[in-house]
Ligand binder design. Structure first.
Ligand SMILES: [Ca+2]
Length: 267
């Protein structure tokens, strides 16, 4: 989605943790391990890593596409276009397929993962934002504080996961990634990632990625952090943002700490 087309509700100031982060939840700091190139015209809406390849879907009508490439090169190995006026959103792998969403059209696509040949479409209600998966379940965001669970075979909704921090709903969940039994979620228009317990929907910790956006020259108002990928084999976390010029491998700096105000209150 784009800020210019978005409802003005609940927009967080970029660079500020969601209000719920002031609660009794630890905040994780980070270090950059390495940076890789990222296309400054790529409005990132979906991102994942599989078997040495990066899969990225991008938005904006006329610029929406799915690209498969190596980490260290912007040259697409395979590419598929999403025709205007559609606005590309999340993408996930499912067996030999890719499944992708669009923002408000209610149209989803299935692709052959190896050739990016379009193999079908489906329809769904509501907005499409991000996706990730674990085993047989896709988790999808739609801009609200509730993730939808879908059956990848049918894309029908099989359940919901309301996401809360200290009992308060966490809206604007965006790009997602299943990492070590947690769902990591970008919170739109912030530098924050929520680490969500998939069983309870509770935010276990926040990751404060302040500084990356400036480092990647994400100066436009829409150029926010969005895109998390996990290399499970080598335990690498990658993050990027819309129109950023870099994609970063990051590492969390333990321990994740309680917010300063909370610590002081306890002293
Ligand atoms: Ca992802």
């Amino acid at each position: 989605m784009s800020l210019l087309r978005a409802p003005p509700l609940a927009l967080f100031a970029a660079g500020v943790l969601p209000a719920a982060a002031h609660a009794d939840i630890p905040v994780c700091d980070y270090t950059v391990v390495r940076s890789y190139p990222h296309g400054t015209g790529d409005f990132t809406e979906g991102l994942f890593y599989r078997e040495g390849l990066l899969y990225e879907s991008t938005g904006e009508p006329g610029h929406s596409r799915i690209v498969v490439r190596k980490l260290d090169s912007l040259k697409p190995l395979r590419e598929a276009r999403i025709p205007a006026p559609l606005f590309g959103e999340g993408v996930i792998d499912w067996g030999d397929q890719l499944i992708s969403l669009t923002w408000r059209a209610g149209i989803g696509y299935r692709w052959d993962r190896k050739t990016l040949r379009n193999t079908g479409t489906f329809t769904y209600k509501g907005e499409g934002w991000g996706m990730t998966r674990d085993g047989n379940t896709i988790y999808q965001s739609d801009g609200s504080s509730t993730l939808l669970l879908r059956d990848p075979a049918t894309m029908k909704v099989t359940g919901t996961l309301p996401v809360t921090a200290e009992g308060r709903a966490v809206p604007l969940l965006n790009e997602l990634e299943w990492i070590n039994g947690e769902i990591w979620a970008n919170v739109w228009m912030t530098d924050s990632i929520a680490r969500i317990d998939p069983a309870s929907g509770k935010v276990k910790a926040w990751i404060d990625l302040s500084g990356l956006r400036t480092r990647a020259k994400g100066y436009g108002q829409d150029d926010v952090l969005n895109g998390i990928a996990w290399d499970a084999k080598h335990h690498r976390v990658f993050v990027t943002g819309k129109n950023w010029n870099q994609l970063f491998q990051i590492r969390l700096k333990p321990p994740c700490k309680m917010p300063a105000g909370k610590r002081e209150a306890r002293q």
